[in-house]
Design a protein. Structure first.
Length: 156
C-alpha cells in the first residue's frame, strides 16, 4: 500500500482519506505515512523523492530503512489502481488490533472488583465503542444491543 502511495499522488490522496498513521502496525510504516501526511498538509507533491526528503528532515529516513526500503515498498506493488482496496485491508487489520486491545481492557475491567459492575459495564461499552466509532458505517454494530445478552450468558 505504501509503495502505491509513493508511486502516485492520486493513490496517496485515496489512502489519506481512509488511513491514519497509527493504522499501520510497523513503526517504520507509521513514520513513512506521517511524512506523506505532512507533505499533503503542506500542499507539497507526494512521491518517493519528496517522502524520502521529508523523512530525512526529521532524521527518520535511516530509522525506516533508508531509500532502499522505500524502493522495496515500490517494487512490492503490483498496481496503484487497487490502492483503495489495499488501504481498506490495512484499516481492517488496524481495527482488529484495536478490538483485541479493547477486549483485553474489557477483560481486565471485568476481573477487577474495585468498581461497581454498572461502572465496569459503562467503561467496557466506552472501550468497545471507541473502536467501533470509526467503523459504524462499515458494518460494525453499536454495543448496546449486544452487551445485555452477552452479560446474561456470562452469568449463566
Amino acid at each position: 500500500m505504501l509503495g502505491a502511495v509513493l508511486l502516485s499522488s492520486d493513490a496517496a490522496n485515496i489512502a489519506l482519506e481512509i488511513l491514519k498513521p497509527d493504522d499501520f502496525y510497523r513503526p517504520a510504516h507509521q513514520q513513512i505515512f506521517e511524512a506523506v501526511l505532512r507533505l499533503f498538509d503542506g500542499n507539497e507533491p507526494i512521491d518517493a523523492i519528496t517522502v524520502s526528503e521529508a523523512l530525512r528532515r526529521t532524521e527518520s529516513l535511516d530509522r525506516v530503512g533508508g531509500t532502499n526500503y522505500l524502493t522495496q515498498l515500490i517494487d512490492a506493488v503490483p498496481t496503484v489502481s487497487n490502492v483503495d482496496y489495499y488501504a481498506k485491508i490495512v484499516e481492517e487489520h488496524s481495527l482488529r488490533r484495536n478490538l483485541m486491545r479493547a477486549g483485553g481492557t474489557v477483560s481486565e475491567l471485568a476481573m477487577s472488583t474495585d468498581q461497581e459492575i454498572a461502572d465496569v459495564m459503562d467503561l467496557a461499552e466506552q472501550t468497545i465503542y471507541a473502536v467501533a466509532e470509526r467503523s459504524i458505517g462499515d458494518g460494525l454494530q453499536l454495543i448496546d444491543p449486544l452487551l445485555g445478552p452477552a452479560i446474561e450468558r456470562a452469568e449463566e
